[in-house]
Design a protein around this ligand. Structure first.
Ligand SMILES: Cc1ncc(COP(=O)(O)O)c(C=O)c1O
Length: 352
């Protein structure tokens, strides 16, 4: 029988992260305000030529480089951050090398790490999901090839202090350190300014969250030009599709849309936190577009009851330290009253 590599057969079977598209999806940290109308207008202008031709990624890389004030040679445009992870991990990880990450974090890190044959070094987060800087430093070894840090983190929404991120980058000069800034816009702090000083530092950005383009699949990896060049050698030249590329300029130009949505998210996070306080539920201060809430033992039952009310949320209870927790994407402001009421009613139902 045809046999894949052991690191692939050892992976858990695939289960779609999308349970259903009926109702309000607060389970995937998408943009509930949609996307910029300027992007939609650009989409409507696309014609045969745009679709029939292979896409030209370099134009998009120049746009992003300009926006981030870096050189185009430092930017690799990708099919979402998921592809960024795949490219970076496959470049540096090899059989037996170590991938370090704090736990809990984004589910794809261990999946890609394992697929490329790495030893997973899971470092438990500290109290209140604090970034375990000292523990990570202690686990760095000559076999450490990649350290990946989501900042803000998913599913907790917590952040690491810039000094701790820097210490990690400096302590592992032989490893690629990727700061995954997928939720940057809701937080505002970035490590981009450190790029020039560190030859092992990479930053990932996505257009799936604040820009509302999850369906277009657009991400970027920014890092040292000579390292990015290695990844360019084997990355598909057409990894980012023509529709996404055509929309990029408008998406970047409409910073009013991004600001307006970020404002909604910041207010929404506060409203969810206030409800939690009122209902005696624990939640963690979030710098992202979601909030982790401890609803008690029946997190699965809580998520199912919310779904019966037409709202999908994520049961996060299988994550380390997240027993009894659900992750709720912040809805758009016009959806908020209904969502808060659904949470109240669901709590009464599952914890009468
Ligand atoms: C921390 C983190 N990184 C990356 C991603 C994936 O982003 P993309 O849609 O660009 O693949 C997510 C999606 O939820 C995420 O939470």
């Amino acid at each position: 029988m045809l046999k894949p590599r052991e690191s692939i057969t050892a992976l858990d079977p695939y289960r779609s992260p999308i349970a259903s598209r009926d109702g309000l999806s607060l389970d995937l940290n998408e943009n509930l305000a949609g996307c910029s109308p300027r992007v939609l207008a650009r989409l409507r202008t696309l014609g045969t030529e745009d679709i029939a031709r292979y896409p030209q990624r370099e134009i998009g890389e120049r746009l992003i480089a300009n926006f981030l004030s870096v050189n185009p040679s430092q930017v690799l445009l990708t099919n979402g951050v998921d592809e960024t992870l795949c490219l970076l991990f496959s470049t540096y990880l090899r059989e037996g090398s170590e991938l370090i990450f704090s736990d809990p974090t984004f589910v794809m890190y261990p999946i890609f790490g394992q697929a490329f044959g790495a030893q997973l070094v899971r470092v438990p987060a500290g109290e209140n999901f604090a970034f375990p800087a000292a523990e990570i430093l202690a686990r760095i070894s000559p076999r450490t090839q990649v350290i990946v840090i989501a900042n803000p983190n998913n599913p907790t929404g917590t952040v690491a202090a810039p000094a701790d991120l820097l210490r990690t980058v400096e302590a592992a000069p032989g490893a690629a350190v990727l700061i995954d800034e997928a939720y940057f816009d809701f937080y505002g702090e970035t490590m981009l300014g450190e790029l020039a000083r560190h030859q092992n530092l990479f930053i990932a950005r996505t257009f799936s969250k604040a820009y509302g383009l999850a369906g277009l699949r657009l991400g970027a990896l920014v890092g040292p030009p000579e390292q990015i060049e290695f990844m360019r050698r084997f990355c598909s030249p057409f990894n980012v599709n023509a529709v996404a590329l055509a929309c990029l300029e408008e998406a970047l130009a409409d910073q009013d849309f991004v600001r307006e949505y970020v404002t909604q998210v910041r207010q929404g996070r506060e409203q969810i936190a206030r409800l939690c306080q009122e209902m005696g539920l624990r939640c963690w201060p979030s710098s992202a577009n979601f909030v982790l809430v401890q609803v008690g033992g029946g997190a699965g039952a809580f998520a199912a009851a919310m779904q019966r009310r037409g709202i999908m949320i994520r049961d996060s209870s299988a994550n380390l330290g997240c027993e009894g927790c659900v992750r709720i994407t912040v809805p758009a402001s016009h959806q908020m009253t209904g969502v808060l009421e659904a949470i109240r009613q669901t709590l009464k139902e599952v914890q009468p």
